[in-house]
Design a protein around this ligand. Sequence first.
Ligand code: NAP
Length: 281
Amino acid sequence: MSQARLIDGTSVARRIVEDTAKRAADLTERTGTAPCLATVLVGEDPASVTYVRMKRNRCRKAGIESRQVELPATTTEELVGALRALSDDPGVHGILLQHPIGEHIDERAAFEAIAPEKDVDGVTFASFATMSFGLPGFVSCTPGGIMRLLDEYGVDPSGKRAVVVGRSAILGKPAGMLLLARDATVTYCHSRTRDLSSVVREADIVVAAVGRPRLVRGEDIKPGAVVIDAGYNPGNVGDVDFDSAVERAGLITPVPGGVGPMTIATLLEQTVDAAARQLGV
Ligand code: NAP
């Protein structure tokens, strides 16, 4: 059997970022204001610190300003207050609350303090609703990146059986809603799903979003299926057993270099979209 074609997320993301940088420069020239993303970091988790630093560096390279709010020890009230202040600040066009934010904080209350027009990470109820109905608005960045990869590789979800493994609020659930909005027949799997293999075997499109190394096995991939691996586990290992899946899939994302680079690209793109709308361009 021939090997699957690889989906090159690194190249697609690079093109999106280049295009976003041109749009940011154009917007800055026309309005005298550069797009600005506020990043909010709660606690001192080293991984979160690294992610936020990476996002700010990428913003700078794309001509997007960033403003960092650091709350090493905070309460729900203080965090909500900080997010409301950023929502009201006309100099800030997009807001990213880096998660996880800690068990002691009401994450939903924090997300809902972000104005929908600045919700460039797609975490509010309002964004989830527009995303689910296929209406204009901001999408969760990783699921949005996944849909972009499907479009770039000519995969039309309409009428296809899509199986999403994982149902988290930031990844699995919105990925399924975006596929449904594009007329796929969607099945969600999660930790209580019985006989995962038999469900995955039906799929024309598999999205793995679990955080368990090589959970999805190549022998369960329908020949020719599109396999999107959003998982990232230590040692650059995805949620799909790549070596066996590549032998059966038609198209597959590698880990790394598949879904991963699309998340920041989508964040930057949506920040410029938000700035353009708020600046009336
Ligand atoms: P999460 O919040 O921990 O959610 C994991 C989901 O997987 C849950 O819905 C859980 O089910 C389900 N699950 C757990 N064990 C399962 C099993 N044995 N069979 C089927 N489903 C199972 O994780 P997440 O934030 O969505 O992240 C998932 C993965 O994506 C991680 O590897 C993460 O690193 C990666 N990720 C990548 C990016 C990127 O930029 N590429 C962004 C975000 C996340 P229940 O709901 O029943 O608990």
